[in-house]
Ligand binder design. Structure first.
Ligand SMILES: C[S@@+](CC[C@H](N)C(=O)[O-])C[C@H]1O[C@@H](n2cnc3c(N)ncnc32)[C@H](O)[C@@H]1O
Length: 204
């Protein structure tokens, strides 16, 4: 019997990468990111990609001038990404998003369906971590899962929950459904492209 909290362990994901049961895997970079790299997400800077999985986006970021750090805590995911990426493979490393030391702030945290892989009990910790890793004015951007899922993961967000998590420290800059052609059955059409801007800390 699998406990839902198993999905918080590397072993849960490792087994899926090893057996290539990857219903969340898009097979390439999302069109929304391709478009945003020429528009909303400029100028380029330093990007962190937590829970990067196959890491398709890494080459795209590099081509757009970004310095990339991508991490995943499942060794088979890291190996898969490094094979897919070839020369860009060293941008991907094994690590736990919540524990990995990052000495410098990032301009962007890019999340494609990483938050929804985490149990909601960890979401406040996720929001704190992202807020602490971003410079003021930096962005949290990517594809987030809204809707319902009777058998998580993935764990769906709601607008109210997102506002509660991000509301005081972030401002929502973009929010739209993704292209229907790129929607995956596992998310039931609930994927949304969003950009959250990190607000400066209030002065005392
Ligand atoms: C739903 S998958 C998404 C993968 C990738 N972003 C994509 O779009 O295909 C979630 C990923 O997060 C990774 N993950 C889960 N918890 C993690 C953590 N605490 N630190 C780093 N990676 C984690 C899993 O190993 C898995 O690859």
């Amino acid at each position: 019997m699998t406990s839902p909290l198993d999905s918080q362990t590397p072993a849960f994901w490792e087994e899926r990468y090893r057996t290539e049961r990857l219903p969340w895997d898009l097979g390439g970079a999302p069109i929304e990111l391709v478009e945003a790299l020429g528009t909303e997400l400029r100028p380029p800077g330093r990007v962190l990609i937590p829970g990067c999985g196959s890491g398709y986006e890494v080459s795209l970021f590099i081509a757009a001038g970004w310095e990339v750090c991508a991490i995943d805590f499942a060794p088979a995911a890291v190996a898969r990404a490094q094979t897919i990426l070839g020369a860009a493979g060293p941008c991907v490393r094994l690590g736990d998003f919540f524990a990995e030391p990052f000495p410098e702030p990032f301009d962007l945290v890019y999340d494609r369906t990483f938050l929804c892989s985490l149990s909601p009990v960890r979401w406040p910790e996720y929001a704190d971590r992202v807020a602490s890793l971003l410079r003021p004015g930096g962005w949290l951007a990517g594809i987030f899962f809204y809707g319902e899922d009777p058998e998580p993961p993935p764990y769906p967000l709601s607008l109210a929950k997102a506002d509660q998590l991000f509301g005081t420290r972030f401002r929502r800059r973009a929010d739209r459904p993704i292209a229907a052609a790129q929607a995956l059955p596992v998310y039931g059409g609930g994927e949304r492209w969003q950009i959250w801007e990190r607000l400066p800390a209030p002065t005392p």
